[in-house]
Design a binder for this molecule. Structure first.
Ligand code: P6P
Length: 342
């Protein structure tokens, strides 16, 4: 009977590798390349996680005194996460080009290494200002099929694709536990890292997000900089206008992946509006807004720049920014109505 008990327990253990294989079986034409690419991201996540967990002990806290392409001081953990992603992705032949928040230009496949049929764009470690104060941070990734012909190295063209064409997207949240959440277009699935066996185990199958959320997330200190329509929207979320809408609770961690994940699970709307100082917002379209928008829509939510779906925006620059309203579908649709004045 002990054997039966063990067998029954094991039946519930679905590793992310097993799940990726199950997802692959939904695509008869699959060659396994996307599955292998997702394994590679999972491996990078485990390695980054091991360093995030001991960042307070190892000499990787603090800054490198280097300023990156975004004009932000590079944290030591930024450098480590970037190096880990490149090491896991560059030489495997799954991708034809990479793009990272940390690098101004696309990262080309080294000479002598094979190119694959995918492109991956990522923010290796989002929320750097939170590292030294032990607040959750995240990794975000977006995967497209290459659009340039042939099987040689890819280029910027392979990176500048609208979010609607993503084949997969996901994030890793280094929080009270480490989770990896991803979609390949067949729902959203969450995995919790079990450090005792070094595996991500399925803990949140088929995540869906409520149509109306109980939270709103925004940096209220920017209120004076916002367009009056944005100010009116946030007042609506707070239940302060005469529309009688139920007041939402404010939750804002200042770490995109943590704020997004809480709202995905519990229901809520995250807003990073454009303002006088940031006329196109702060967050990056290709490797922050678009992957989270793909995940959000797959979970029944919606993501907008205030006038159109994030997934429909055709990018023109690798690091272009976008205003972002993302989360519970009805809350985001209301933002579009109020911001477009309809
Ligand atoms: P603000 C962190 O630096 C980040 O890029 C996101 O993770 C987060 O949502 C946002 O910036 C916070 O920005 O202007 O509110 O500090």
């Amino acid at each position: 009977h002990a054997g039966a008990a063990v067998k029954s327990n094991l039946a519930h253990v679905v590793t992310i590798e097993r799940h990726i294989m199950d997802q692959e079986r939904m695509h008869p034409e699959a060659t396994g390349a996307l599955s292998n690419l997702l394994y590679d991201v999972g491996l990078a996540a485990k390695i980054i996680n091991s360093h995030v967990r001991m960042a307070g002990l190892a000499d990787i806290l603090g800054s490198t005194n280097v300023v990156n392409v975004q004009g932000e001081v590079v944290q030591k953990l930024d450098e480590f996460a970037e190096a880990t992603m490149q090491h896991a992705l560059l030489h495997t032949g799954r991708v034809c080009v990479l793009a990272s928040e940390e690098d101004e230009q696309p990262i080309l496949i080294p000479v002598g290494y094979p190119s694959g049929k995918y492109t991956i764009l990522y923010d290796p470690r989002d929320g750097s200002s939170n590292i030294d104060v032990n607040v959750s941070i995240g990794t975000i990734f977006s995967i497209h099929s290459r659009v340039t012909p042939g099987d040689g190295p890819g280029s910027l063209v392979d990176c500048l694709q609208p979010g609607r064409t993503q084949v997969a997207a996901g994030y890793v949240l280094y929080g009270s536990s480490t989770m990896m959440v991803y979609t390949t277009g067949h729902g959203v699935h969450g995995f919790t890292f079990d450090p005792t066996i070094g595996e991500f185990l399925l803990s949140h199958p088929d995540i869906t997000t409520p149509a109306v959320g109980k939270y709103y997330s925004v940096n209220e200190s920017y209120f004076p900089r916002w367009d009056p329509k944005v100010q009116a929207l946030i007042k609506r979320y707070k239940g302060l206008d005469d529309n009688g809408g139920e007041a939402k609770n404010c939750r804002y961690i200042g770490s995109l992946v943590a704020d997004f994940h809480r709202n995905l699970i519990a229901g809520g709307v995250f807003c990073y509006p454009a303002d006088k100082k940031a006329p196109t917002g702060k967050l990056r379209l290709l490797y922050e807004c678009a992957p989270l928008a793909f995940i959000c829509e797959q979970a029944g939510g919606y993501a907008s720049d205030g006038t159109q779906a994030i997934l429909d925006i055709v990018p023109t620059e690798l690091h272009q920014r976008s205003p972002l309203y993302i989360g519970s579908r009805d809350d985001v649709r209301m933002a579009e109505r109020m911001l477009s004045g309809s």
